[in-house]
Design a protein around this ligand. Structure first.
Ligand code: PHE
Length: 339
């Protein structure tokens, strides 16, 4: 009889149920009023006394195991957890962890900052809401100067002296107020211009401007620094400086890089010339130094400024500036691999 009971104990231990009627059948079979355990107990009564202890213990084990099994099976079914417990199957493959991506503007800004940090430039920041002095007047753009029209400005209605900065040159003015030469700093940041939004222009965009002031700084220093920069960022080693005009620099120039004409795309984006304009630059106008309390007889300097969106569009062949601000994940996800 002990063997039979042991066989039932094993059967109970192995029982698994996924449906309620399976559990009910199991319950009736073992602990129902006409079930196995009931009949085993009546057999038990007829046993000789010397066997009763062992068989009685085994019978109790079986009864407890069957009762417990029914209880747990029902509980599991109610919680829909299954036999693996609340953590489920611990050997299953983990769900993939989604990693985010940096915004292309941050990626390119970081690259530019990194390149200039390597040659000793610090990073400086300033307010986006500026006063007229720092954005214009100190930069050799007095009131009513026609060159102010070069940058369509958002003024603050209640206080016409305040505006949204049109370039981060304003940060350089602040930097000169607080630092003595030698000065080597770049100013990344968001700028605002009252322009119609199109594939090439937006009313909000980002710039990195650079400023270098020391004794004996020459135009050759400027050109060499920009050549180093374009080599590092684009891997292109040919640049040209075209004469241009900015009120705060004299002489001023526009910087083009030689992009090449090897592919159809090169041809299209350079309009068949192979050259692409990437930034403005020049030697800091003596008036600007004077306005900042720096002696122009003793010091000279250069400055440059570029739009981050434009550089990012070139680097990653992005056809429309508006894509930077739409936050379309299909666009942003493409930068996951870039750090
Ligand atoms: N501040 C200029 C702009 O926003 C760029 C520039 C900076 C040009 C420094 C020359 C020197 O257009």
């Amino acid at each position: 009889m002990l063997d039979t009971i042991q066989k039932y104990i094993d059967e109970v231990a192995q029982f698994k149920a996924t449906k309620l009627d399976e559990i009910e059948a199991f319950r009736i079979k073992f602990i129902g009023s006409k079930g196995i355990i009931k009949s085993l107990f009546s057999d038990f009564k007829t046993l000789p006394n010397d066997q009763k202890k062992a068989v009685g213990q085994a019978l109790n084990t079986l009864k407890n195991a069957a009762t417990e099994k029914v209880k747990i099976a029902i509980e599991n079914l109610e919680n829909q957890i299954g036999d693996e417990g609340i953590y489920g199957d611990l050997t299953r493959p983990a769900a993939p962890i989604e990693i985010g991506s940096r915004h292309p503007i941050s990626i390119v800004k970081n690259k530019i900052v990194d390149i200039f940090s390597r040659i000793g430039f610090t990073v400086s920041e300033g307010p986006e809401i500026e006063d007229d002095w720092h954005n214009f007047s100190a930069l050799n753009l007095p009131e009513y100067h026609p060159a102010r029209d070069m940058q369509d400005t958002f003024f603050i209605e209640k206080n016409p002296d305040m505006l949204l900065r049109t370039h981060t040159s304003s940060v350089q003015v602040r930097y000169m107020d607080n630092h003595k030469p030698p000065i080597r700093t770049i100013s990344p940041g968001r700028v605002f211009r009252n322009e119609d939004i199109s594939a090439r222009a937006h009313c909000i965009f980002h710039q990195v401007e650079g400023l270098y002031i020391d004794t004996d700084v020459s135009f050759a220093d400027l050109k060499q620094t920009l050549l180093y920069f374009t080599k590092e960022l684009f891997g292109k080693s040919k640049i040209r400086l075209r004469p241009s005009f900015f009120p705060f620099t004299e002489p001023s120039a526009e910087v083009d890089i030689y992009w090449g004409l090897e592919t159809e795309t090169d041809y299209r984006i350079t309009k068949g010339t192979g050259w692409l304009e990437i930034m403005g630059c020049g030697m800091v106008d003596p008036n600007v130094l004077k306005n900042a309390g720096i002696d122009p007889e003793k010091y000279t300097g250069y400055a440059f400024g570029m739009g981050i969106e434009r550089i990012a569009m070139l680097l990653y062949q992005i056809p429309d500036i508006r894509m930077f601000y739409e936050n379309d994940v299909k666009f942003l996800e493409q930068f996951k691999a870039v750090i």
